[in-house]
Ligand binder design. Structure first.
Ligand SMILES: Cc1cc2nc3c(=O)[nH]c(=O)nc-3n(C[C@H](O)[C@H](O)[C@H](O)COP(=O)(O)OP(=O)(O)OC[C@H]3O[C@@H](n4cnc5c(N)ncnc54)[C@H](O)[C@@H]3O)c2cc1C
Length: 325
């Protein structure tokens, strides 16, 4: 997985795709005692997987990278890069088209059967059909409960001036995450904005997916609150953009690959891993919304508490959602 980061960067360079790539690594910060306990456990688990170039940092070293208000520690790995996904995907499309590949857009597959992809305009026959529809998998016939379509939302500030960047640091342009239960993620963009994301409305009833990117004002406010909690000097900063998209979460949050004849992958934990389907409605909607309400309440409690233990309700939500498995 770490090698794929270098692989993406190499392909972008070889194909002369300017996708604002910066290989600055990933910084995961903790800003409560309970988050610090989770950060240490996470760090140890990563080391056990052989990630021996990962470093655990105290408050001072964390601030030398990014001055996140109240940060008490962080874990940094070099295996991560910032990029601009739309520039990358457009560049890749142009590169494969130049090789003679035809990219068919606006052709929805409605159902997949062995060796058949069925569309309103006809059926495509192929020895292998790859189902790569992420959260949109729910729109395929018979797949409504296979993957949970989870919404994620982002905001981007206006470009910030140099004097503000001096107060924040972030010269290494690491990608940034935290150890909250309802976690955030952020990058310093090539044009010096902060793009920050997290969970908005987590799930729509009946696995419905939006695909126009519209973002509710309440979600923008919640993300702005996180931005200002991290960087209080940004109170009042203008949010230039907001966007929401969908990703697919298996019921147990474990990745799966079912077939790869070319590489002969057979021993990695996700090969042929079977995921059970999600619950029927209304249990599904109630479950996801209940889980995120619980995580947010737990995050608020941890901000006020001085203990390293996650609240009981967060541990229970982890067990029910499968994330604690
Ligand atoms: C707001 C947001 C922020 C994110 N931030 C990050 C981040 O900071 N870092 C990170 O690593 N990841 C991030 N992700 C996750 C990342 O975007 C996804 O993991 C990644 O895009 C998945 O790629 P994919 O090609 O598997 O699926 P997708 O990019 O979701 O592509 C699926 C494609 O299938 C098409 N499709 C859907 N249904 C059908 C159909 N019936 N027939 C034909 N085609 C169909 C869709 O149009 C789409 O083009 C974020 C996601 C969101 C939504």
């Amino acid at each position: 997985m770490n090698a794929t980061v270098d692989g993406v960067i190499r392909v972008a360079a070889d194909e002369k795709i300017d996708a604002d790539v910066h290989h600055g690594g990933v910084l995961e910060v903790a800003y409560t005692p309970a988050q610090l306990a989770r950060l240490r456990a996470f760090h140890e688990a990563e080391l056990a997987y052989g990630e021996d170039d990962r470093t655990l940092q105290g408050a001072r070293e964390t601030a030398e990278r990014i001055r996140v208000a109240g940060a008490v520690g962080s874990s940094w790995t070099p295996h991560g890069a910032r990029l601009h996904p739309v520039k990358l995907v457009k560049g890749l499309a142009a590169a494969v088209e130049a090789l003679g590949v035809t990219v068919h857009e606006s052709t929805p597959v409605t159902e997949i059967k062995p060796k058949h992809a069925i569309t309103p305009y006809g059926t495509v026959h192929a020895p292998y059909v790859l189902r790569c529809a992420e959260g949109f998998t729910a729109s395929l016939k018979g797949q409504r409960r296979t993957w949970l379509p989870m919404n994620s939302s982002m905001i981007a500030t206006v470009p910030l001036p140099a004097d503000v960047w001096e107060t924040i640091g972030w010269a290494g342009r690491e990608t940034l995450g935290d150890m909250a239960h309802a976690y955030m993620y952020a990058q310093r963009t090539a044009d010096d904005r902060i793009a920050l994301g997290g969970r908005g409305v987590p799930y729509h009833f009946g696995s419905r997916t939006d695909n126009d990117g519209r973002t509710q004002p309440a979600t923008v406010d919640a993300l702005r609150e996180i931005l200002v909690r991290f960087f209080p000097q940004l109170t009042g900063v203008r949010i230039a953009h907001a966007w929401s998209g969908v990703l697919g979460a298996p019921r147990d949050w474990c990745a799966t690959v079912t077939l790869d004849r070319a590489t002969g992958l057979t021993t990695l934990p996700w090969v042929n891993h079977r995921v059970r389907t999600g619950e029927p409605e209304p249990l599904r909607w109630l479950g996801v919304h209940g889980m995120y309400a619980t995580y947010r309440a737990a995050d608020h409690k941890e901000l006020r508490s001085h203990t390293a233990d996650a609240p009981r309700r967060a541990r229970l939500a982890d067990r029910l959602s499968g994330r604690g498995a």
